[in-house]
Design a protein around this ligand. Structure first.
Ligand code: ATP
Ligand code: MG
Length: 412
């Protein structure tokens, strides 16, 4: 393949004035991290980033670009020197690679180098004429061409490309600060985490685990999902906080009327998540709730659950359709893991008729039945934190213990 570079664009970032420098610095850092094991060279020219392929297979590099938030699009390019004869020759070679049947094309030239001796129109005319004369399957169509061959004259070089591929978009992960993602083993919360990272929010994850009421496999699923999400994170790693939730879970089953069980369970989760977020310097909580999907996600439920905290709650999926969520889940390669059939604390002992319009006063009355404040404190205190990287192979099924015991064992 003729392409010897990838031209990376970062759209939105240019709008950010003063912050631009920091954003670019982060974007460059992220790209360097994702490609650390490849012998590519990354060149930062402050309005573009060029990746010099140095013979690395282009697909391998493109795969890594999919993990970098803040890139708006990229193009595979051929860089050559800006001598007009060289440009003509390179353009012809590229068109021979692209167009193997009757194809319509046009040439478009941009001249960032204003000292270049020829005007853009003149370059277009000369190059198109040369390519046409030497390639017998091509026809010019300036209105609806199948191929547009772009020429960009910058510095001493010409960059030639014929595609612009949309990338993840958003902002480099980390520029917006940190959020705490409530991660279940389901489809939605990893997608919420992905969208938060895409918008620049670095995440830590909190999972409420009720082993042995729930299986160790359900906790393992969470570890596996964090591992996949870590591909998008700075340094390819994410902190996971496993909250021992069994005691609260059992206290709820013993003390709370069935129809309010889920509502109050979620109030407990929000209380614990808020405390942990503060402790870890997270400025918001992120979760996978979506309006109206289940009883706990009606607007009335959300109000009653949300009232236990003042921390901002980001719900990136709140208006998403399930099919759209699944499409993202597949794209980020979480889907197959998310649909593994292990129960978590929200799926064991599901009440037959959960309240869809629970009231705050009622929750407050029911919650007096047990000393939840202390249990919340203890849950935060006894939370087990581990750092998961995209290449870790943590296996929780070790030893047949509860999650907290396994993690304590691993940390010895
Ligand atoms: P998901 O597909 O993410 O499990 P869901 O549609 O099944 O979401 P719920 O089970 O009601 O919805 O949970 C809503 C959100 O609450 C989840 O997206 C997640 O952010 C959070 N959540 C639920 N269970 C847990 C848990 N055990 N640990 C941490 N967060 C949880
Ligand atoms: Mg769920």
């Amino acid at each position: 393949m003729l392409y010897n570079q990838i031209l990376v664009r970062f759209g939105d970032l240019t709008l950010k004035g003063k912050n631009q420098k920091e954003f670019l610095h982060r974007l460059y850092g992220l790209m360097a991290e994702k490609m650390a094991d490849l012998p590519v060279t990354i060149e930062n020219t402050y309005d573009r980033i060029y990746i010099h392929l140095n013979e690395v297979v282009v697909e391998e590099v493109v795969k890594r670009l999919d993990y970098v938030s803040g890139i708006s699009s990229y193009s595979l390019v051929v860089q050559c020197d800006n001598n007009i004869q060289t440009i003509k020759k390179t353009a012809l070679e590229l068109m021979k690679e692209i167009a193997v049947k009757d194809t319509t094309f046009k040439v478009e030239t941009k001249r960032a180098n204003k000292n270049y001796p020829l005007h853009s129109m003149e370059v277009t005319k000369q190059v198109a004429g040369f390519v046409l004369a030497n390639h017998n399957l091509l026809h010019v169509d300036v209105h609806h061409p199948e191929v547009t061959l772009h020429l960009e004259l910058k510095g001493n070089h010409c960059y030639l490309y014929n595609t612009e591929i949309r990338a993840m978009g958003g902002y480099p992960v980390g520029v917006a600060g940190k959020g705490l993602l409530m991660l279940s083993g389901g489809i939605d919360s990893p997608v919420a985490g992905y969208l938060a990272m895409k918008q620049g929010v670095e995440i830590e994850c909190i999972h409420f685990e009720s082993t042995p009421l729930t299986s160790i496999e359900s906790a393992q699923k969470v570890v596996d999902l964090v591992k996949i999400m870590a591909r998008y994170a700075p340094k390819n790693r994410i902190n996971l906080h496993m909250v021992p939730f069994k005691e609260i879970h059992m206290a709820l089953l013993d003390n709370i009327p069935e129809s309010y069980n889920i509502t109050i369970m979620r109030r407990m989760m929000y209380r614990i998540a808020s405390k942990l977020a503060e402790k870890k310097g997270c400025l918001c909580i992120v979760n996978g709730e979506s309006v109206g999907q289940v009883a706990s996600q009606t607007l009335k439920s959300m109000n009653t659950i949300n009232s236990v905290t003042n921390m901002p709650i980001l719900r990136p999926l709140c208006t998403y359709d399930k099919q759209d969520i699944i499409a993202i889940s597949r794209k980020m390669e979480c889907y197959e893991t998310s649909i593994k059939p292990f129960e978590d604390c929200c799926t064991v002992y599901v009440p037959k008729a959960p309240a869809t319009a629970p009231r705050i006063e009622k929750c407050e009355t029911f919650e007096k039945a047990f000393n939840y404040e202390q249990m919340v404190e203890e849950a935060v205190e006894n939370t087990n934190s581990i750092t998961i990287s995209s290449d870790s192979d943590l296996d929780l099924s070790l030893l047949g213990l509860e999650v907290r015991e396994v993690i304590a064992e691993l940390k010895k």
